[in-house]
Design a protein around this ligand. Structure first.
Ligand SMILES: [Zn+2]
Ligand SMILES: [Zn+2]
Ligand SMILES: [Zn+2]
Length: 108
């Protein structure tokens, strides 16, 4: 079953008020509350606490959701997927990789 996603102005494929291009179809689970948000800005606007990032030791946790088919990817799978869903082959915004330090504890 597809996990619930929170966000501002959310659409059916998890676009939000901040990220609305055709490719902006992933949602991210934050480590602090293990809840999916459309993006970090949505988390920070709606959650009542500071965001926590996923440390590398926990990168096998599912933390990225494809908004098209509902597949959950682990952090490791997401970082290796080359901006394409391994299940439905939908393309993700390659620009999201530039923001991975907002979600995962990586060298920026
Ligand atoms: Zn949180
Ligand atoms: Zn957002
Ligand atoms: Zn998919």
């Amino acid at each position: 079953m597809r996990p619930p996603v929170h966000g501002l102005d959310l659409d059916a494929e998890t676009r939000c008020a901040h990220w609305r291009s055709p490719l902006d179809i992933i949602a991210l689970k934050m480590r602090c509350c293990r809840t999916y948000y459309a993006c970090r800005d949505c988390h920070d606007a709606l959650a009542d606490h500071r965001a926590a990032l996923w440390p590398e030791a926990e990168w096998d946790e599912p933390a990225v959701l494809c908004g098209v088919c509902g597949k959950e990817l682990s952090v490791r799978e997401y970082l290796a997927c080359e901006s394409q869903c391994p299940l439905c082959r939908a393309y993700f915004n390659p620009g999201c990789h530039k923001h991975r330090h907002l979600y995962f504890a990586v060298e920026a």
